[in-house]
Design a protein around this ligand. Structure first.
Ligand SMILES: Nc1ncnc2c1ncn2[C@@H]1O[C@H](COP(=O)(O)OP(=O)(O)OP(=O)(O)O)[C@@H](O)[C@H]1O
Length: 280
């Protein structure tokens, strides 16, 4: 596993207002956080709380109303290929073959055809799509299209990957496979990942740290550090610690369910059964 040098994100007292005139409202309120190079951070929060807005601010698509966003100490003031975006719905060019979709970023940089195709092939291998270089996106499954998306972003060697519910449209089994694939790829390249999801299990499985946002206007209400050992596999989701953390997240995100948050999450590797008194 490599150690990342780049991809530090600093968000300082960020406020974002959206809409115009009387419809103007605050989407994010006083959000501050720092993400270390190579860290995997997931953001969870209720629908409409501003998760995509936060991602949009780091991407440079949405200006701060107050506060700032820095990546590697440079102020974010617009989009940059150093910050790659992956969405739920793919943005592949339907008229281009897989290889040309992935190589597109390098074409923009002026690299020769042979070089860009070679790099695209390497990345397609990394995401398990060797042999599909000459297919058109429409001939691939949803999971395969998301693999192409990931390769397409990785070809720019981004310092930061911004992922907005990238697996939200996939069936449960494909989603799990994609999560494992993403962890494998990330372990190799160690780019910083900021990942938005609605799915508590997904966040717990993937992240080093989870940030939970309040309902609109979004602000950080809790930060959960996860030290589940890596590499992580499907058995993790059935462990006692995983369940504890899941119940804790549920309590914060779905107060109507009256799941009580744990006062103290038991330390990883040392489950304490007396902690599992989830009064409902
Ligand atoms: N361009 C815009 N103009 C006005 N309102 C907007 C705009 N974009 C988003 N909103 C509103 O801002 C709020 C935050 O939106 P955002 O998409 O960031 O939330 P989210 O947490 O990602 O939601 P979801 O989980 O449902 O995708 C929502 O209430 C949304 O309706």
């Amino acid at each position: 596993m490599t150690t990342a040098q780049f991809g530090k994100i600093d968000i300082d007292r960020l406020h974002i207002q959206l809409g115009k005139g009387k419809r103007r409202f605050e989407a994010l309120h006083d959000v501050s956080m720092s993400i270390a190079p190579g860290e995997f951070v997931c953001v969870l929060g209720p629908s409409g709380c501003g998760k995509s807005t936060l991602l949009g601010a780091v991407a440079g698509h949405l200006p701060a109303s107050e506060g700032s966003v820095h990546v590697d100490d440079a102020a974010v003031d617009g989009p940059h290929p150093d910050r790659g975006l992956v969405f739920q719905h793919h943005t592949l060019f339907p008229w281009k073959k897989v290889l040309d979709n992935v190589a597109f970023g390098l074409k923009m940089k002026g690299l020769a055809r042979g070089e860009r195709h070679q790099r695209a092939r390497n990345l397609l291998k990394l995401v398990g799509l060797e042999g599909f270089e000459h297919c058109y996106p429409a001939h691939l499954s949803g999971g395969m299209q998301q693999r192409v998306e990931i390769a397409r972003v990785l070809i720019n060697h981004p310092r930061v990957m911004l992922m907005d519910e990238p697996f939200g449209a996939l069936d449960a089994q494909t989603r799990l496979k994609m999560q494992e694939l993403l962890l494998e790829v990330w372990a190799g390249i160690k780019t910083t990942i900021l990942f938005i999801t609605h799915d508590i299990d997904e966040a717990l499985f993937l992240a080093d740290r989870i940030l939970i946002l309040s309902p609109r206007p979004g602000r950080i209400i809790e930060e959960i550090k996860l030290e589940f050992p890596r590499p992580r596999g499907p058995e993790l989701v059935t462990s006692l610690q995983f369940t504890e953390f899941k119940r804790h997240c549920l309590a914060l995100l779905h107060p109507e369910a009256k799941v009580r948050p744990l006062e103290r999450l038991s330390p990883l590797g040392a489950p304490n059964l007396t902690d599992i008194q989830f009064a409902i």
